[in-house]
Design a protein around this ligand. Structure first.
Ligand code: FA5
Length: 357
């Protein structure tokens, strides 16, 4: 190719490139076209490699011409790159200016209360409307309040009814919420209405209706002329308020050293409708509300005269109540940390939650 032909080809290359760079929209496209044009194996690169084909006396001018074209082409690519970069920066800027800080942010997913907490709140609400105080007591308890003040002296066989976690400091983890009975009597004196929701601990074999950590609500009402009729009326009211309807219940004699007479109030198992299942140990009934008239020895321990005052007490199994209310067939689900247990499925028409053995 003589010098004239070379110039003509370079003109064509320049005008083609000038047109092509106008259509480029990304830096990748710029780099690709630049390499095809001025790169080592590109069009101009090939021409530069061919200088040695020219007679020595023309090589200087050919080189000068090609270098000049190379500079012009480089300027075209630089302009295209600058244009693309400033378009991208403008798009970013307009995106940033469309941000409206006054719009509400994305809402984090909402949690809900644990089923036991929900039922506890409901029970507290019912009793507060009836003038009961709500106290909590302590989870680490003395042997005196957990047993002796409740008419369960040392070596009494009734201590075996509740297997105890003993602590190295001589205290214990309360096995029931009843220790607060005598404490409340000492603190407030008669007449007295108090409920005590809280956690209890027993060294138990765990199964679908027994945990080693579970919740109870203790109830205590002391006044003149309190009778079993008051106790039964209160138990019925409690269950009706929690379930919103009358339930099938049964009352049978029950032995607790701190009440006389004592009763066991069972409710028909709502997991199986009373037919018998793993939760109710095939009996169709769930022990939920042991209760009775406060034993005179317990009143005496609380410095209350049993000739002047009588009272009733109950120990509601709150965790089991939550199971019945929300259709949780296995108590282990409630302590498992399974988040489905904090959104009781049955409340939303979903399936009953059952833990695997
Ligand atoms: C008591 O704890 C007595 N303090 C209750 C009481 C209070 C009786 C006042 C009379 C007067 P009991 O051991 O039965 O009784 O437990 C009471 C309720 O707690 C049971 O009916 C049951 O619903 C629940 N419960 C007992 N043990 C467990 C357990 N391991 N897991 C889950 N719930 C339990």
């Amino acid at each position: 190719m003589d010098l004239e032909q070379l110039n003509s080809e370079l003109d064509t290359l320049r005008s083609k490139t000038a047109a092509a760079v106008c259509d480029l929209t990304s830096m990748d496209e710029v780099r690709r076209l630049e390499s095809q044009t001025t790169g080592k194996s590109g069009t101009l690169g090939g021409m530069l490699g061919g200088i040695k084909e020219y007679p020595p006396q023309e090589r200087g001018q050919v080189g000068e011409t090609l270098n000049q074209a190379k500079g012009e082409l480089a300027a075209l690519f630089k302009n295209a790159a600058d244009r693309i970069r400033s378009t991208a920066a403008a798009a970013e800027a307009s995106k940033a200016s469309s941000y409206d800080p006054s719009l509400p942010g994305a809402r984090p997913p909402l949690g809900t209360f644990h089923p036991v907490t929900l039922v506890q709140q409901q029970v507290e609400d019912v009793f507060q409307r009836l003038g009961f105080l709500v106290e909590t007591g302590t989870e680490m308890e003395t042997e005196y309040y957990n047993f002796e003040a409740l008419n369960i002296p040392k070596l009494h066989p009734a201590r075996d009814m509740q297997d105890t976690f003993w602590l190295t400091n001589g205290k214990l983890l309360r096995t029931h919420t009843s220790p607060v009975q005598v404490q409340a009597m000492e603190r407030h004196g008669p007449p007295l209405r108090v409920i005590v929701p809280g956690r209890c601990f027993r060294y138990e074999t765990i199964d679908p209706s027994h945990e080693n950590t579970f919740h109870q609500v203790e109830g205590l009402m002391i006044d003149k002329h309190i009778s079993i009729a008051n106790l039964i009326a209160m138990m019925k009211l409690l269950l009706r308020e929690v379930f919103g309807r009358d339930l099938k219940v049964r009352l049978r004699p029950g032995y607790f050293p701190f009440v006389e007479p004592g009763f066991e109030l069972d409710m028909s198992c709502l997991i199986c409708g009373g037919d018998g299942c793993g939760t109710c140990k095939r009996t169709g009934w769930i022990e939920i509300l042991p209760c009775g008239m406060v034993h005179p020895n317990v009143l005496r321990a609380g410095r209350i005269d049993p000739h002047e005052y009588t009272g009733f007490a109950f120990g509601l199994g709150l965790t089991r109540l939550a199971m019945m209310k929300y259709g949780v067939a296995d108590i282990r689900v409630l302590n498992s940390g399974d988040l489905r247990a904090t959104v009781p499925a049955s409340r939303f028409g979903g399936p009953t939650i059952v833990a695997k053995d």
